[in-house]
Every structure is written in C-alpha cells, then in structure tokens.
Write a protein that binds this ligand. Sequence first.
Ligand code: ADP
Ligand code: MG
Length: 381
Amino acid sequence: MKSTIHLNWVYPFEHENSINGKGKILPSFALALFFLLKCAKYMKILGIETSCDETAAAVVEDGRKIISNIVASQIDIHARYGGIVPEVASRQHLLSIIPVIQEAVAKAGVTWQDIDGIAVTFGPGLAGSLLVGVNVAKAIAFATQLPITGVNHLEAHIYANWLDFIPYHSPPSEEERVKFPCLCLIVSGGHSDLVLMKRRGQFEKLGRTRDDAAGEAFDKAARILGLSYPGGPAIEQVASSGAPCLSLPRAWLKGSYDFSFSGLKTALWHLVQKEAVLADLSLVADAAASFQLSVVDVLVTKTIEAAKELSVRQILLSGGVAANKTLREHFLTNSPAPVLIPPPYLCTDNAAMVAACGYYHFQDNQLSDCDLDVVPNLSLG
Ligand code: ADP
Ligand code: MG
C-alpha cells in the first residue's frame, strides 16, 4: 500500500526539445510554465459514503469543486417499515456500491489515473453499512495503488460548507469562506451535536442530544401524525399549510449545550390523542408546524447562545435537518455571526462532503492503510 499521495503531474515538455528528449536544456520560460502547470494541477479525490441508507460516490477537485456527485437513496425501500432496517440497508449497499462508484467516475469524465486519492466514511454509522464502503474503498486502493483516508462522517457533514455550491454560488464569495473559530451544528437522523471548530481538524464537542437526534424526532413525530418517512421533509411540507398555534414544550436544559427531543415527541403524542388531531387535516398541519417550531426554537436559541459566549466568527450548519427552511430562516435572521448553510442536497448524506474532508486529510498527510476498520460509534471532539 502506498503511503504517499499519488500525484499525476503532467510533464508538458517530454518531447524532443525538452531535457527528457534529445538532451537540450529546458529554456527558463518553459521551466516557469512547467511549474505553473504543476501548481495548477488539481487534486481529485473520490469520496465514498455508506454509513446509513445512502450509497454515494463523488469526485471532488481540491476539496471544493464537485465534478460528480451520485447518491442512490434507499428511502423507498425503508419507507414501508417507517425507518431504516440495518440488515436491509447493508444488503442494498452491496447491490449499489459498484454501479454508484462507476457512475461517479464516468460522470466526472476521468479515469483511475486522474484520481489522486480515495476518502471513505469509516464511522459513525451502521456497522454493516460502513463495512461495505470501507471494504470496497480498500479493494480499489489496493488495485489502483491509490492512497486512502478514513473520514469521520460528522466531520464530513461540516465540510459540506467548503464545497462550491453549484449552481448556488460558484465560487463562494470571501464573506462565505469559512473563518475560525466557528461553531458547527450537525443535525441529522443520528446526531444533534454542537461542536466548536478552532481550526481545520481541531474540534471540541460542546453539546449533544441526550436522547433522540433532531432528525430522529422529526421521523418519529411524522409517524405519530400519520405522515410518510423520512419525517423531516414530510413535516416541513404539511407544516407549510398550518400555523404553530398549539402549545408544545421546549427542553432548554439550562446551563448545558445538550439537547433533548424525546419529551417533545411524547407531548406531541398526548396532544394528538387529546385533541383527536388525526381526524382533522388542518389540525395535523398545525401540529406539524408547532412541532417544527419547537425543534427549531431550541436548536437556534441554544446555538446562538453558544456563538455569543464563545465569540465565534461564523456558524456552520450541516446534516439532513439543516435542509429545513424554517431552521435556515431562523438562523439567518437571528444569528449575530454569519451563517453558512450548504444547499439541501449537500445537507443530507452525500459523498462530495466526504471527498472534501478527505482532501484536507491528504493535505495534512493523514493517511489510512489496509488496516482501516469501521468504528460505528465514532464521535467528533
Ligand atoms: P444521517 O442521520 O444518516 O446522517 P442525514 O444527514 O441524511 O442522515 O439526515 C437525515 C435526517 O434528516 C432524517 O431524519 C430526515 O428526517 C431529516 N431531514 C431531511 N430533510 C429535512 C427537512 N427538510 N426538515 C427536517 N428534517 C429533515
Ligand atoms: Mg448524515
């Protein structure tokens, strides 16, 4: 296994007039041009993501430019069970992983010789799902002799903020570039973490959920309200025709940056029983809007409190729940510091964020080898 980064430099003067040809001395202007071209060589990383129920592969240049981004979602398969079935997820990854990687490479218009490294999620996530991505990545690295780096899925979510949000902003303005220290809120189906990022690769966890993650709460609330899976988009859609007029609690957990959403879920269940909510579609819409606002209120208030206390220069949102419009609007209106939020398709699981994060691992010489194994309960900070 190689331990250094494999760089495919283009040697532009390997012809008869060059030093490599008939022994003539390379003119100085040609040397300058050579080094210019060498510096201009972009580093392409193949990202692979299989931590949960998305099989994803992407090719990203220099940690920023998305060349291809393929996501095969298993939502339709798990929807009938109202949640992810781990065994089904890993079997589905096995079926999808090779076609997804092949498509990512083909859509990027590159060959294996053009790829400079492989980045793969090795945790946290479902063990059986992670194993598929990690083993395929190691097999490709072995066959192609490309270097490989294992990526923490939570760190990858944060790095979605480094990507050029084509067609949103390309490239991001100076204002939109990440500045340290920044405060990262990662809200997904499995996590609700508040993390201080002091500089690249340096994280300090400030808070986490004590029970359900924010996305998990959306998924369970949707089930209570008779809505489809995944619950986040379903609740957001139904809530748009309702009003947040029903009284639901907020767990502030004063003196701590931790979150808790299971009490809110139970309160919604009692409300649905007491008010016969399911019998009236307009009440379902009001309950959805009220639930959504309770979650948003807690996430925004506590994150902004931490941002003020720590005098951070930016707030970075990430994870599937960051796709929620109400959450995005509340942050953008109330935050004292600039807020960066990836477009919705980069908030939910994808491999472009893994490739972006992996690019910085390679820059910092953080390489993995054939011993790379999955760590289902990996944390950040
Ligand atoms: P994972 O937890 O596997 O990392 P993602 O980062 O893809 O998954 O996040 C998926 C979660 O995000 C699900 O729980 C889903 O309900 C939630 N979600 C997706 N879109 C929205 C939305 N618009 N509003 C609220 N939650 C959302
Ligand atoms: Mg995720």
